[in-house]
Design a protein around this ligand. Sequence first.
Ligand code: ZN
Length: 276
Amino acid sequence: MLQKTLREEIIFSGIGIHTGLWSRIVLHPEPAGTGIRFLRKGTYIDAHVDNVVSTNHATDLAKEGVRVKTVEHILAVLHLLGVDNLTVELVEGVEIPIMDGGGGVFYDTLKEAVEDLGTEAEVFKIPASLRVEEGSSFIWAEPSDRLEIEYMGTFKNFLGERHFRFTGEPEEIVYARTFCYYDEIPLIKGAGLGKGGNLDNTLVLLDKGVLNEGGMFYEDEPVRHKVLDIMGDLYLLGKPIVGKIISRRGGHYLNVKLIKMLKELATEGKLSHSLV
Ligand code: ZN
């Protein structure tokens, strides 16, 4: 597999789901070896786990006091497309625009613009089995010769227990929107988040059904969105990942905890105490 960038500059604009503020991003093609990075106020921020500063309802990066919020959906699409060299410049706003609430708008636009570079891509192969956990949630990772992601979710409404297995086809997850429970909305707003959330970008779950007209895009849309988030967060390893991931009720916090442990394995070349 060759390294990839985009054929031309591409611009997206829209509101940020948490800030509610208007954002405009310009995606600049880059040569092989650049990696994925964000640019805001003259500061380059590598899409790397070392730059994660928050995992509260989204994954935020910062460097030298310059922050970029909610990076996970665009990173998921870049990961799915194998685009590994790009600068995502925020020319307006602090947050990646939420667009359709998933990766659909990014994916439909970018898939036509991917360009191979003449250099072999590097991938991150999960070297050994490991597990991270928080309360009753956990993520298990193990070596495999291809990328596989499974998510087991417990929903407190009509969805109940859901088990979804992602086999690598972007359309399985890319249109799955971010979601919340209807009765959680005051809590999210009270925390100063979700200011840009609306029924065009967020699936609102009720006890029976959803608030959105037109219902769900997939019959298990929320669990697929969790896999989209994993794809985005995992790209903070700096390379496409090859291996098997099984998450039970994991979120951004556990995804990042897993990446930190994988990175530790890769950089130190030794087995950490958390290995099993
Ligand atoms: Zn998400």
